[in-house]
Design a protein around this ligand. Sequence first.
Ligand code: SAH
Length: 218
Amino acid sequence: MSAETGTAAHRQQMVSEIRRLEQASARPSEPLDLRVLDVMSRVPREAFVRHANAGEAYINAPLAIGFGQTISQPFIVALMTSLARIAPNHRVLEIGTGSGYQTAILAALTGHVFSIERVAGLSVKAAEALRAQGIRNATLDIRDGHAGWPEHAPYDAIVVTAAPAEVPPALIDQLAPQGRLVIPVGRDEQMLTLIERRADGEVTRKEILPVRFVPLVR
Ligand code: SAH
């Protein structure tokens, strides 16, 4: 078996495992988006993970990406991306670029992704990995995620991959009508939270699942 079919097979296994976990969870929420699973079966996760072989890259576990940070487990990437309900014409903001893996998934689903990261070294490596994959519709910058990225707002979806103690108000401000913010919230115990700005402007909030993320650092 060539290296290429090897990683493709590993990705299929990863997606099967994500679906198994979805069935096993009693979460009374919307089903995972099939377009998200399709994209995850094609984006090479190993290209965003340091020194990992294909086997390690596709197990359903968080992995170290350097600078004390981790790439989320595939099930959580699938869940958060599904909850963001990305459409092809959306403008998307990601907070916590990290390895760039989640950025690559978002970029495959929509027109343009803006992604911000606090650690310059991670942002530079993520930019290289995205370029190597031929992904050109993602713009990265080094900034504090608490403030969002007002210059490109409003966003149809905001995906936050590090946990603040409270939802930063700037992120809600930068949501377009019918925009969705998917964010882990809490200090020690964190709750994956879906915040939606309805068409009439009202903001709703729903708790999805207890999760563990690195903190959104001030
Ligand atoms: N989406 C990433 C996961 C990265 S982990 C991936 O797919 O690999 C979360 C990231 O959030 C880390 O890289 C961390 O450095 C970053 N981060 C933490 N606090 C931040 C802040 N205040 N602003 C921007 N990024 C932050």
